[in-house]
Design a protein around this ligand. Structure first.
Ligand code: FES
Ligand code: FES
Length: 166
């Protein structure tokens, strides 16, 4: 008996066409980390609860641990590695998290950065309540959320001041 059948899975990741062969049941989180070597996407609960594995698919946050890689075929995926500009300059959301101490151990941070990037694109001036609602799917065990909320408001300021996109 041969092993499980594999399929050629191709998608655009951080603006680059990427492909690899993987079984039909390969999760997008594992595909990104193990098949494409993009280990910035973190896996916490693997059950869709913690939000650590959040990436953007066609600009919308998705839990990559609940998504089969094959279903991302042909889509545009953005991981935390794709948020900074090509010359390495951090995005406004990344700068704000750094400035406002929105991270401690950093394990949850890639998921927060992707979630907040989409949140501020859709709502450039969220209220506290809207921020809390927007990040409610992401769990952090370290920061108590206050600095994360501050980071989101700071990122909104940076984006408004500079006219940058999130
Ligand atoms: S690892 Fe995907 S939601 Fe926790
Ligand atoms: S900074 Fe440690 S889990 Fe969020």
């Amino acid at each position: 008996m041969s092993g499980k059948p594999t399929f050629e899975i191709a998608m655009t990741v951080n603006g680059v066409r990427r492909s690899a062969r993987a079984p039909a049941r390969r999760l997008l989180s594992d595909f990104l980390r193990h098949d494409l070597g993009l280990t910035g996407t973190h896996v916490g609960c693997e059950h869709g609860v913690c939000g650590c594995c959040t990436v953007l698919m066609d600009g919308e946050p998705v839990r990559s641990c609940l998504t089969f890689a094959v279903t991302a075929t042909g889509h545009e995926i953005t991981t935390v590695e794709g948020l900074a500009s090509e010359d390495g300059e951090l995005s406004p959301v990344q700068r704000a998290f750094q400035e406002c101490h929105g991270l401690q151990c950093g394990f949850c941070t890639p998921g927060f950065l992707c979630t907040v990037t989409a949140l501020l694109r859709d709502n450039p001036r969220p209220t506290d309540e809207e921020v809390l609602e927007g990040i409610s799917g992401n769990l952090c065990r370290c920061t108590g959320y206050q600095n994360i909320v501050k980071s989101v408001h700071r990122a909104a300021d940076l984006i408004a001041e500079s006219g940058e996109t999130p």
